[in-house]
Design a protein. Structure first.
Length: 408
């Protein structure tokens, strides 16, 4: 009977591979068109691979917990002649493997070595993870390394950032193979486990973010107006959603504040798309609310509850996490008063909201101190794209809107 291959799909821009975490069918099972049969995990989320057509599972050719590149044949379906004609049975040609460069003096910085059939760039300060994006890691410390050390690092998928604490004993503080093996031996004697795809993805994003000149400013905001307004609404928005709505309005008034500097060009977004940080198992997901300035608080509340459920299931797709111009992080839900959260690599701004606390405030009309609920609010920003003055005016406008929630 004709067979149709089940192919590992392109799961998102820049995603080159995924790990099999669940296989929901077995040979002989009948399936329908577009049925979810395999769960795969990337550094962004857990997603389902669906059948290309209806038929019967002939065989599954992959194994749980193993990682496969995009385009890999995951299995085959026994299908009709008509469906088989639409899907040519083929297996993608594996990419050619590169050999470890020989230790040629004056070219040590250019060598590349394969690691578990994944491409790893081993030049000073660069490494390429599964997501296919370079990870700048220019640091002091373990910087001068012999080609032999670099080949060993590539084999283990290590970057120079991973060896930041290793002090080289060779000439000119060069890290020797003995230094590296000693470091690895110490790790073997400690409790360790492989990082999840999401944890690795967060680490990758933060490394790339930290290559920019980041700055943070902060002030206080009176939350009593928002708390009172919240009581009159159904469903009741969280304070983080008030902050998101306020930031969206402030950026709609001054969209240049979130423009990105790419090369010598200032790139302006045509839509106020704002992410909101959601805690997931072993990491953070940042789903993006499209057109946040045009989305009511009621709709934001409903949408946020849906995103929370998806995040707990790790089902927020990469497309739902890309394209934002800013993010809101309500670290106050953890009881924290102050923080300096880091903007994502492709974003300019991150608004942080701390926990609300009762504090005494002088009332001129009553000539006495009265209690109010105050929180600290911060704005972290890419200093290449916006200066302190512009960031301060933006944060001041966000505070004004939060203290006058009827405008939201």
């Amino acid at each position: 009977m004709p067979q149709v291959p089940i192919i590992m799909p392109q799961l998102g821009e820049s995603i080159a591979e995924a790990t099999i975490v669940d296989i929901k069918v077995k040979p002989g099972d009948k399936v329908v068109d577009d049925q979810e049969i395999i769960d795969v995990e990337t550094n962004k989320a857990v997603m389902g691979v669906t059948t290309p057509c209806k038929g019967k599972i002939d065989r599954i050719t992959v194994e749980l917990k193993e990682t496969y590149p995009v385009g890999t044949v995951l299995g085959y379906i026994e299908a009709s002649e008509q469906d088989a004609a639409r899907f040519a049975k083929h297996a993608p040609t594996p990419p050619p493997q590169k050999e470890v460069a020989e230790e040629i003096p004056a070219r040590a910085d250019q060598e590349i070595a394969p690691a578990r059939e994944r491409k790893i760039a081993t030049r000073d300060g660069d490494g390429e993870r599964a997501g296919g994006l370079p990870v700048p890691a220019i640091i002091k410390g373990a910087t001068f390394m012999s080609p032999r050390v670099r080949a060993r690092m590539a084999e283990l998928q290590l970057t120079t950032a991973d060896l930041a604490g290793v002090m080289g004993t060779g000439a000119g503080n060069r890290v020797t193979i003995k230094d590296l093996e000693s470091f690895l031996h110490k790790i073997e004697n400690q409790t360790a486990h492989e990082a999840s795809k999401i944890r690795a993805g967060v680490a990758d994003a933060m490394r790339r973010s930290w290559t920019r000149p980041l700055s943070t400013i902060g002030s206080s905001v009176n939350l009593d107006p928002a708390l009172q307004d919240r009581q009159s609404r159904d469903p009741k928005p969280g304070l983080g959603l008030y902050a998101l709505r306020a930031l969206a309005f402030a950026l709609a008034e001054n969209p240049a504040a979130a423009a990105k500097l790419i090369g010598n060009s200032v790139v302006q977004s045509n839509s106020i798309d704002i992410g909101i940080a959601v805690e997931a198992e072993d990491g953070i997901m940042v789903p993006v609310i499209r057109g946040a300035d045009k989305t009511s608080l009621a709709d934001l509340t409903t949408k946020y509850k849906e995103l929370i459920d998806l995040a707990r299931q790790r089902r927020i797709s990469p497309d739902m996490q890309t394209g934002g111009i800013a993010t809101v992080s309500n670290f106050g839900i953890f009881g924290m008063e102050w923080g300096t959260p880091i903007p994502l690599p492709d974003q300019t701004l991150l608004l942080g909201l701390g926990v609300g606390k009762k504090v005494p405030s002088w009332d001129d009309a009553k000539t006495q101190f009265v209690p109010k609920t105050e929180a600290q609010i911060t704005l972290s920003f890419d200093h290449r794209s916006i200066d302190g003055g512009g960031a301060s005016r933006l944060l001041k406008r966000v505070i004004e809107l939060l203290e006058n929630p009827k405008e939201l």
